[in-house]
Design a protein around this ligand. Structure first.
Ligand SMILES: [Zn+2]
Length: 340
């Protein structure tokens, strides 16, 4: 055997295992001693491989057959754990590192055709991200609440500690793009479009993020960045359109008309004086959030019952339309039927 002796894995090295798999890491090989029956039950690729008769001169380790793999030991540990601890969740809810860790494991699940693991990771990702207008509004509220309570309940100055409590959208986009999980893309792109690009992810706490969340912007490729920019422009246009959309509505009493105009101006006039000309309002426009605020505000104020109800219905329908337009706005080129 070449190189330094392999390290035995801390818990995936079973004394009654009948096969050793060597994963090749940067720091040398890691030996996993497992049961070929368990592996074969989950992976048809391994089942086929193990059905072949062992050739003369097959490598041996610890007295049993050993197979060298080119897979990363950390990924391989999670990959095998999913088979040995099927009820044990591999990933925590809202873990911002989940898409990064899952990326390697997902690669192994695809390579060795472990369908249960593929669907477990896919489902976990889909559960972390909004897949409807209502879920998007709820998600944004959760983010705001998490930041608010973290800041309020912290005695120390809060140095971005809420970044560990919320999912991270750029790595989620990467996982979804690379492994064909389109359901989360409209929601995750929308969230990214409303985030501050200057706020860069760092694993070290101690970076002041104010109430802005950081993202792993560096994992986005050129196409993703182009999508993001197009989407941001489209969202800003949408906000500007709403000013007119909500103003022209009521031909009711003078009081109602005035209130419609006031609400339209209050929620949708967002021109940013720091930006020149047609770039105004483009930066981080968040029409869904504005609509959700207006939705709550419909019942108070100066509107009569009819107008209040009418406005609420209009806002709700606008939110649903906005959600449906996201794939086009972000140029996701996926047919609507694929969304759940
Ligand atoms: Zn009215």
């Amino acid at each position: 055997m070449d190189g330094p002796p392999p390290t035995r894995h801390a818990f995936l090295y079973f004394p009654d295992g009948d096969l050793v798999l060597m994963a090749a890491g940067r720091d040398g090989k890691v030996a996993f001693r497992i049961h070929s029956s368990v592996l074969g039950r989950h992976s048809p690729v391994f089942a086929d491989m193990m059905a072949l008769p062992m050739a003369e001169g097959t490598d041996k380790y610890d007295g049993i057959p050993s197979v060298d793999l080119q897979d990363d030991p950390h990924d391989f540990e999670l990959f095998l754990s999913s088979m040995y601890k099927p009820g044990h969740p591999l990933f925590k809810h809202y873990d911002p590192d989940f898409p990064v860790i899952a990326h390697g494991v997902m690669g192994l699940a695809r390579k060795y055709q472990v369908d249960d693991l593929l669907s477990a990771i896919t489902n976990h990702l889909v559960q972390q991200w909004p897949c409807s207008a209502a879920e998007l509004v709820q998600f944004q509220e959760t983010v705001r609440q998490t930041i608010r309570t973290t800041i309020e309940f912290s005695n120390e100055p809060t140095y971005g500690i809420y970044q560990s409590k919320l999912p991270e959208p750029a790595s989620a986009v990467r996982l979804a793009m690379d492994f064909d999980i389109p359901a989360i893309l409209p929601g995750a792109f929308y969230i990214l479009a409303t985030m501050n690009r200057a706020c860069v992810w760092t694993n070290a706490l101690g970076i002041w993020h104010g109430s802005d969340l950081p993202a792993r912007w560096n994992v986005l490729d050129e196409e993703d960045n182009a999508r993001l920019l197009e989407g941001q422009k489209a969202l800003a246009k949408e906000l500007l359109r709403y000013q007119g959309l909500f103003r022209q509505q009521s031909r009711h009493s003078r009081t109602c008309q005035k209130e419609w105009d006031r609400l339209a101006k209050h929620y949708f006039d967002i021109s940013d004086p720091n930006l020149p000309g047609d770039m105004r309002a483009i930066r981080r426009a968040d029409p869904m959030h504005r609509l959700s605020l207006l939705f709550e505000d419909c019942v108070t104020g100066e509107l009569c019952a009819d107008c209040s109800h009418g406005l609420r219905v209009k806002v709700k329908n606008t939110m649903l339309d906005l959600w449906d337009s996201l794939p086009v706005m972000f140029n996701l080129e996926i047919s609507q039927t694929q969304y759940p």
